[in-house]
Design a protein around this ligand. Structure first.
Ligand SMILES: [Zn+2]
Length: 243
């Protein structure tokens, strides 16, 4: 029986850029136009597959993004994975009477500035991570943080030993991490394609949910063959769920 809780997985949706939002506004698009545009934007099949598999393995998936609720919910719902996430922390969005999308800052900067010098005024992802860490409890809870932007550096610094950060290679987060690797307590696992993201993520999830004694006793490349019948690792089968 494996008592380790499934890892909390923090997935950043880096494909939703604020710049795209601004361009759509400038062209006078309505919220419905934007929704159509978002639905036609491709999302890597490996990323969708990784989300579904991690959810099937009972990982707690959350989005921490500097995009907005409208973008994220539209895209995730379109690809049938919105229900995989327990929480979406992002800038609130609403559609006004003219059908235009209105975005507000995540932090009320006037009333309560977050005070973090690393992050943009509207959002400190580090504060969000601290809140999740506090509510998630401390026992054997592991975090995997996937990101690419500058704003992902602050939350990466908040991660502890036993946590993982997956930066996209050659992007801002990766460069900041490389500038002084000593500052991070979490293990760093870079990726540079959706396929590599999926492979790396599922390897880490498997590592977290597999009791350490089994990892040290068996050659994982031959796990299928060498695992004794008496060893129960129920999560393993779920790694190959069809989708
Ligand atoms: Zn911050």
């Amino acid at each position: 029986m494996n008592d380790a809780p499934p890892p909390s997985l923090l997935l950043l949706l880096h494909f939703l850029q604020d710049r795209m939002m601004a361009e759509l506004h400038a062209r006078g698009k309505t919220a419905e136009d934007i929704r159509d545009c978002l639905r036609s934007a491709p999302l890597d099949a490996h990323v969708i597959s990784a989300i579904k598999t991690a959810a099937a393995l009972r990982c707690d998936l959350r989005v921490v993004s500097d995009a907005n609720t409208f973008f994220i919910e539209t895209v995730l719902a379109h690809h049938g994975v919105l229900g995989c996430f327990s929480e979406i922390s992002t800038n609130p969005a609403r559609v006004d009477a003219d059908g235009r999308l209105r975005i507000s800052p995540f932090h009320d900067t006037a009333a309560a500035p977050h005070g973090c010098s690393l992050c943009p005024e509207n959002m400190c992802k580090g504060k969000i991570i601290e809140r999740i860490q506090a509510t998630a409890g401390t026992k054997n809870q592991h975090f995997i943080y996937i990101g690419d932007g500058k704003g992902d550096y602050c939350p990466s610094l908040k991660l502890g030993e036993g946590d993982y950060v997956m930066p996209k290679e050659n992007y801002s987060l990766w460069k900041l991490i490389c500038s002084n690797k000593q500052l991070l307590k979490a293990e760093v696992h870079p990726w540079n394609s959706g396929e590599e993201l999926e492979k790396t993520l599922l390897k880490l999830v498997d590592k977290i949910i597999t009791p350490p004694a089994q990892v040290s006793q068996f050659d994982c490349s031959k796990c299928e063959m060498s695992k004794p019948a008496s060893t129960e690792v129920g999560h393993h089968q779920a790694l190959r769920v069809p989708h």
